[in-house]
Design a protein around this ligand. Structure first.
Ligand code: FAD
Length: 200
């Protein structure tokens, strides 16, 4: 049983994983089992060249940014990189969510959906009741979001991050939502008392 599975390999998912991982020395994190399905094949970043991302050199290719961020995650041993396959279902099983890909099946108490805002989100079984039209993109683009309240989709432990949360499509915003979800999870695991982690 995982305490958390993060689904996605773009800026939102990786930012969430990095902020959660950065707190791994905390007492309440000791027995936490955390995995990320960091599928990067369909990230919008694969086509991007970055000129307006804070702290990132002008002209960096989005796909290089993705590769480097995934490598950065290696510093946190508490985050397990699971097979980066396509998730086909996220089902509410009462006590946990069941996350399935073509090859694997996982049980998790919390899940973070950060799979982008394309119509492919509709192919993930179990999410249909949350899917709505994305309002912060031109209507002609046919983008989608998951209904959420401050990034929480389902009280039990389903969160959304990145453009799928309904925010507009800027890397810095996606990163912020991923970090926000991470802080919400750290607070939850800290018994509801606000917590986050700052490195020296
Ligand atoms: C051509 C282009 C240029 C851009 N240029 C800029 C720019 O200069 N500056 C800027 O700030 N923003 C730019 N953007 C926007 C930026 O790329 C997005 O805002 C950002 O990628 C959103 O991050 P995200 O993590 O929410 O989604 P994504 O980066 O799209 O990541 C979603 C992830 O989920 C994975 N995934 C999808 N479905 C599944 C599934 N079923 N199972 C498992 N994993 C799945 C995908 O493979 C992907 O890794 C550009 C976008 C495009 C298309």
């Amino acid at each position: 049983m995982y305490d958390l599975i993060i689904i996605g390999g773009g800026p939102a998912a990786l930012s969430c994983a990095l902020v959660v991982g950065s707190a791994e020395q905390k007492e309440y994190m000791k027995d936490k089992k955390i995995g990320i399905i960091a599928n990067q094949k369909a990230s919008d970043m694969n086509a991007a060249v970055l000129n307006n991302l804070y702290g990132v050199e002008q002209g960096v290719k989005g796909k290089d940014f993705l590769k480097d961020s995934l490598k950065q995650l290696d510093m946190f041993k508490s985050i397990e990189k699971l097979n980066p396959d396509t998730v086909s279902s996220v089902l509410d099983k009462g006590e946990f969510y069941e996350v399935k890909t073509d090859k694997d099946s996982y049980q998790a108490k919390n899940v973070v959906l950060a799979v982008g805002h394309s119509k492919k989100v509709k192919d993930i079984e179990g999410l249909d009741k949350y899917v709505e039209k994305h309002v912060n993109t031109p209507a002609a683009m046919e983008r989608f979001a998951l209904k959420n309240k401050n990034l929480l989709v389902d009280e039990k432990g389903m969160f959304v991050a990145g453009v799928l949360s309904g925010c507009s499509s800027q890397v810095s915003i996606a990163l912020g939502t991923g970090a926000d979800v991470a802080v919400q999870l750290l607070t939850k695991w800290n018994g509801g008392e606000f917590d986050h982690h700052h490195d020296k």
